[in-house]
Ligand binder design. Structure first.
Ligand SMILES: O=c1ccn([C@@H]2O[C@H](COP(=O)(O)O)[C@@H](O)[C@H]2O)c(=O)[nH]1
Length: 236
């Protein structure tokens, strides 16, 4: 799996995706989320893999263990490099997801890596306490979910940059810390709350960054990507 910034392809159609990707002259690490997958289905994943890109299939599954396990068995066949679930589904659900992925991975192929969403980067500590009735700090909640994901033998978590270091300390440096909520210093936060720049992400211990609108909505997306990539690599 590449370590380059993961571009969130939050587009409504495959056509929009191909148009966006056409000026790039290298293979990328891209993310297919709900918006695109629910319109285009598995074919978008096959196509991006055929084009040589690494694919994070960001469907954030959250259901009873049997349902998630069976869904993961099917998703394993799509060839994505990275998939995810919500840690709030619990340890049994996370175990079922990993076992489903293993069962669905055909001989000779590598099992996709699987990570759990801890607290969405759009969630603030205040909101978590009020709406989820979790009376800890957000750092404690995120690290708690990360430890649960590690216990379920997952490969890592989705968290914000702000918790990445604590997770590395608690779960080890090989445990993935995939961090969305990436903004350039001068950029708008939009609906994100726990945000950081690509440079800070590297310094504070992210293993991967996910960048959507700062690249996809830029006037020149190739230039914006190169800028993010430089900030990420320079601080390694
Ligand atoms: O906690 C999370 C989990 C997933 N995401 C996804 O990442 C991108 C971020 O897009 P931006 O435009 O850079 O804000 C988006 O696809 C989310 O679904 C997240 O933001 N936070």
């Amino acid at each position: 799996m590449k370590n380059s910034p993961i571009i969130a392809l939050d587009f409504a159609t495959a056509e929009n995706v191909y148009q966006f990707l056409s000026p790039f002259d290298q293979t990328l690490f891209v993310k297919v989320g709900m918006e695109l997958y629910l319109q285009e289905g598995p074919s978008i994943v096959y196509k991006l893999k055929e084009m040589g890109h690494d694919v994070f299939l960001d469907l954030k599954l959250h259901d009873i263990p049997n349902t998630v396990g069976q869904a993961m068995k099917g998703l394993a066949r799509l060839g994505a490099d990275l998939v995810n679930i919500h840690a709030a589904g619990g340890e049994a659900m996370m175990v079922a997801a990993r076992e489903g992925l293993e069962a669905g991975t055909t001989a000779g192929n590598k099992r996709p890596s699987i990570i759990a969403v801890t607290q969405l980067t759009s969630t603030s500590e205040k909101q978590m306490q009020k709406e989820q009735l979790i009376q800890t700090t957000i750092d404690e909640s995120v690290v708690h979910y990360a430890k649960l994901a590690k216990k379920a033998s997952l490969d890592g978590v989705v968290c914000s940059v702000l918790e990445a270091k604590k997770i590395a300390e608690a779960c080890g440096n090989d445990f993935l810390r995939v961090t969305p909520g990436i903004r350039l210093a001068e950029g708008e936060a939009h609906d994100q709350v726990r945000v950081a720049t690509p440079a800070n992400a590297r310094v504070l211990g992210s293993s991967h960054i996910v960048v959507g609108r700062a690249i996809t909505k830029a006037e020149n997306p190739v230039l914006a990507y190169e800028n993010v990539l430089n900030m990420w690599e320079e601080n390694a």
